[in-house]
Ligand binder design. Structure first.
Ligand code: 5GP
Length: 234
């Protein structure tokens, strides 16, 4: 694509309408383990775009400022240009994934409080976990920005827990990214089964990217199920 500025693992960033915005195009590529595992899953881009756009609309209705300006087509959105904070914010409601592995807590264990974690956004370094004093020491974010990202992350998690609960889905954990725009921190990137763990509320069936990471099969059936259920409650 001639107007592409950057190609990421699952999205392309393209020139926007003017200097204040960009176009994000969702790709069909699925990657895991920092790109070591890769596949083309036809239709994934459309599914993630539809799910993320629906979630972003819901969050905007509840007062969360996001980068989304306009949905352009089935895989493309126009977004505000922002300076991405190079820190991924992970919120956990239930033990799973790296938390279970690192701390020996079985997957599915309820946590006594919501957990927040940060990791350095760096493919080269495999997104290492980083703590608050390390983040401020390196200058990745100011203490005020960290507080604001934490406040917003907890609020977004609570809003999404409610939305997914209505859809018969448990929000196990999720990853968020923020950007600086007009003196504020706004929610950026996507929120989709690629960036959240989503389990069926009755059966604990995984409906997210763990189906791809763990070779559970029928990856996009899970994503389609998430979209259908969200459409039913929106
Ligand atoms: P974990 O640390 O257990 O691997 O991941 C926690 C949550 O954050 C999961 O929902 C996972 O999908 C999401 N997550 C962590 N790192 C990334 C990342 O680099 N990209 C995406 N899309 N999601 C991530």
């Amino acid at each position: 694509m001639s107007n592409m500025l950057y190609e990421g693992k699952s999205k392309m960033i393209c020139v926007g309408r003017d200097d204040d915005n960009l176009i994000i195009r969702y790709k069909d590529t699925a990657t895991a383990f920092n790109g070591e595992k890769k596949a083309e899953l036809s239709g994934k881009g459309k599914l993630n775009a539809a799910i993320s756009n629906m979630i972003y609309d819901y969050l905007a209705e509840h007062g969360i400022e996001t980068h989304l300006i306009e949905v352009l087509d089935e895989t493309a959105v126009l977004v505000k240009k922002s300076e991405i904070v190079m820190v991924e914010v992970i919120v956990r409601n239930i033990a799973a994934g790296s938390f279970s592995r690192k701390y020996g807590v079985p997957e599915g264990t309820a946590l006594k409080n919501t957990v927040i974690e940060f990791s350095l956004k760096s493919d080269e370094l495999c997104d290492p976990m980083i703590n608050e004093s390390q983040i401020t020491a390196i200058g990745l974010a100011t203490p005020e920005e960290l507080m604001e990202m934490t406040r917003q992350a907890f609020r977004i998690n609570e809003l999404l827990r409610v939305l997914f609960f209505k859809a018969g889905i448990r929000l196990i954990d999720l990853k968020l990214e923020f950007g600086r725009c007009g003196g504020k921190l706004i929610l950026c990137d996507e929120i989709s089964p690629d960036s959240c763990r989503l389990w069926d509320a009755d059966t604990d069936k995984k409906l997210d990217k763990d189906r791809f990471r763990r070779d559970l099969g029928n990856v996009l059936d899970g994503y389609r199920d998430v979209l259908r259920r969200l459409q039913n409650v929106r």
